[in-house]
Each structure stands twice: as C-alpha cells, then as structure tokens.
Design a protein around this ligand. Structure first.
Ligand code: PGA
Ligand code: ZN
Length: 444
C-alpha cells in the first residue's frame, strides 16, 4: 500500500522547473516519475500549475504543485493499494481536484502536473507489486494482449522549426520514420546514420553553425528557406546514408502557432517578419496535398489551428486514405475532444501526450477510443523533457506502433528510445516491429 507521497521541483531539458514525485510504499520501496512540459501548448490542455512568482525561475516555479502533492494528495492516498490505478486516478482527478470545464476534468486546483507525477509513479509501483515490467503492466491496465508486444516506429525529429528553433521555418518538426527497418533497434541505427549524414550536409551547404540543434535535438539550421528546401535536404541525407526506400517522412506543422485569429489565415512568413507568405485555409490544404504527393510523407500533425475543424475535415477527406492526419493541439489527449474528433471526422490519428490530460487512466482511455475508431496513435514526448523514460514503456504497452521523442540526439530524447531498445531485447521473439503497419497494429 501507499505510505506517503513525496514531491520536489527539478529542472527540465530547457532549464525550467518541473515536478517529480515519489510514491513510497509500506514496504519502503520508492517509485519515481517526472513530468514534461510543452512550448507550443494547446489551449485545451489540462492546467500546468506554475507559481507565477516572477522572483523565482521567471515565474515558472512549481512549488505550489509540490505543496499540493504533500498536503492534498499524500494524506488522501495513504493506505490505498498501489495496483488500483484507475480508482486512484479517479479519486485524484474527480474528488481531490474536482474542477471541470466544457471539455471535462481540467485539474485547475491541484494541477495536472502534480496529479500526473503521482499517477506515473503509481504505475511503476503497481508493476513492481505485480512483479511484471512496466510495459506489461500498462498493457494489462489497457486491456491489451500480453503474449506478444509491438515495438513502435520511431518518428525522429531531425530538423526543428517553429517555436523550437531560432530559424525562419514555420513548420515545427521534420521527422523521419524508418518504416522499412526490421526491428526498433535497426530503425534507430538507420535514423541516427541519416541524422549524421544530414549534419555533414548542412555544414557543407550552410556553414558550421547550421548543425546547431533545437529543443528536440534536431538541427535548427538558420538559413534553410522553406519546407521544400528542407525536404530536399532530408532526401539527400537519406540517400547519402544509403537508406533510400526505408524511410518515410512525418511533419508536425503545429499550425496554431502561425494561425492569425483575426483574419483566419496562416502566416508562413511570421518568423521572418516579412509577411510575404500568407495562405488562406484552402491554400494551405493545397500546400499539404502537394507536399504529400511529391515527397514520401506518411503523417502530418496539427496542419491547422486547434479550432479550425472544417479545414481538418477537408484535408482528412482529401488525403486521409493515403496518409495519417494527427491531432495534437486539436485533441490534447482529451477523451471528450477525441470523441468529437471521431464523430466529426476531423483527423485519423491521435497524438498521445500524458501531460496534456494529466493521468495514466485518461491517457489510456484516449488511446483505446482512438484505436477502436480505427485511428493511429502516436505516443509523444514534450519539447521540455526529463530523463524519465515512462513513454517508452507506454508505447509498447499500448501497442500503438509509433512514437515521437525527438532526434536521435540529447539524452532527454534518447532516454525513451534507449528504453524501447532494452524492452525489445528483453522480449526477444515476443516483440514484433510495427514497420509499415504503424497506423494499424491490430493485425501484427
Ligand atoms: P510541445 O511540442 O511539446 O512544445 O507542445 C511538441 C508538439 O507540438 O508535438
Ligand atoms: Zn505537435
């Protein structure tokens, strides 16, 4: 049973405070988890509680969230059984916090960061109690098979733009997906080799500083002009690494960041300040459709603003049979928004970020709903991360077939990928690599 919860303020990969929690059991074991933090956050995400005390960490301290773990959650959870994940998550979310808005439980009192830290650590305690690995325990919680597990295709973010880099690219993430690999481990080798070839290419074409990296470890190359130039460079790197045909491409536009709410248009020249590339929603739809027909793009995330449902519907109808359209800021891992997205045919895939919703149980619910609707589910890190590798176990447990955790560079990113390599090794022939089936793993 739970004896006590302990929390503390630590620092994330950008040097900002975040919360880490320990679940301490009656047997004296300690189970720990840390919470990530986004930069291009969706407006419908559950509340990340920050102190707003400008004298500490520019207002980003999380001492109130830490306090809430000690004063609200710890006394209420004391004596509860660590394997009662859904019961305890429900208690924290619906009773101890209890705040709600039009999209459900919003964690405004205790903070989604405080609740999630405990929820993640609790899952580790539960797995230990059952004497099974975390990924196996998460599969049980989600009602998934446990005789065989799917290892995901990594979606490696090798060029960073948008809010994550100081260049003029508006599209936030250019990712490579080694779908033609035969295992996760081989996918990482193919991805890392391509990454190094891209580094050489960038230095040769644009000078040494072009291989400086952004928040997620991808190159932040300042002189690249636009998405076409970026995609050509990536194809060249794939070719010089000798991996042509084995790699698909994924984009995250994070378009809420370059949407102009006043005009309803999209400003693809916002960062340069030139304002010479402003597109209507229909022109942006054409741009994506053209990119998808010219390049091996298999996934586009957040192509429009988080409330521009009609553009989502149009793009999904137009190219959704060929490629994955993923909702991140659009859906914020929120079961109610996911249900609206399924009913309204907004997209055909969910981006699953545990800290957008704030508990393990609700994350599993959002994932299962999506899979039942025939959607893909890409498990995801945040741009601000820690060394915690929870989502490596989560993606294998849920068997979703795809994960994005940034570039094959920086240990905050690799903590997750490395964990999946360990899991794949441990599973041996009980592991099957998702490969080309990353959108639907049900027949693997
Ligand atoms: P964020 O970016 O963590 O800064 O929100 C990641 C993403 O948009 O997918
Ligand atoms: Zn995104």
């Amino acid at each position: 049973t739970i004896a006590q919860l302990k929390a503390r303020e630590i620092l994330d990969s950008r040097g900002n405070p975040t919360i880490e929690a320990d679940v301490i059991t009656s047997t004296g074991h300690v189970f720990r988890a840390a919470v990530p933090s986004g930069a291009s956050t969706g407006i419908y995400e559950a509340l990340e509680l920050r102190d707003k005390d400008e004298k500490r960490y520019l207002g980003k301290g999380v001492l109130h969230a830490v306090d809430n773990v000690h004063k609200i959650l710890s006394p209420a959870l004391k004596g509860l059984n660590v394997v009662d994940q859904s019961k305890i998550d429900k208690l924290m979310v619906e009773q101890l916090d209890g705040t709600q808005n039009e999209w459900g439980w919003c964690k405004q009192k205790v903070g989604a960061n405080a609740i999630l830290a405990v929820s993640l650590a609790l899952a580790r305690a539960g797995a230990h109690d059952k004497k099974i690995p975390l990924y196996h325990y998460l599969a049980e919680l989600a009602g998934k098979r446990t005789d065989k597990f799917v290892t995901p295709v990594p979606s490696l973010n090798i060029i960073n733009g948008g809010a994550h880099a100081g260049n003029s690219l508006e599209i936030q993430e250019f990712m490579i997906m080694p779908t033609g690999a035969s295992s996760f481990r081989e996918a990482m080798r193919i991805g890392a080799e391509t990454y190094h070839h891209l580094s050489k290419l960038l230095k040769k074409k644009y000078g040494k500083s072009a291989s400086n990296v952004g928040d997620e470890g991808g190159f932040g190359a300042p002189q690249i002009k636009d998405e076409n130039e970026t995609l050509e460079l990536i194809l060249e790197a794939i070719q010089s690494a000798g991996h042509t045909g084995k790699i698909d491409i994924a984009l995250d536009a994070a378009a809420s960041e370059f949407f102009d709410g006043k005009t309803g248009n999209y400003n693809l020249s916002q960062k340069t300040g030139k304002n010479d590339r402003i597109l209507t929603p229909d022109q942006l739809i054409d741009l994506y459709a053209n990119l998808a027909s010219h390049y091996p793009i298999k996934s586009i995330e957040d192509p429009f603003d988080q409330d521009d449902f009609s553009s989502y519907q149009k793009l999904t109808k137009r190219i959704g049979d060929k490629i994955q359209i993923v909702g991140d800021d659009l859906l914020v891992t929120n079961p109610k928004r996911v249900q609206s997205g399924i009913d309204g045919k907004w997209v055909n895939a969910l981006l699953l970020k545990v800290n957008q919703i704030g508990s393990v149980t609700e994350s599993i619910e959002a994932s299962n709903m999506s899979q039942r609707a025939g959607w893909g589910v890409m498990v995801s890190h945040r741009s601000g991360e820690t060394e915690d590798n929870f989502i490596g176990d989560l993606v294998v447990g849920l068997g979703t077939g795809e994960i994005k955790s940034g570039a094959p560079c920086r240990s905050d990113r690799l903590a997750k990928y490395n964990q999946i390599m360990r899991i794949e090794e441990e599973l041996g022939n009980r592991a099957v690599y998702a490969g080309h089936h990353f959108r639907d793993t049900s027949k693997l």
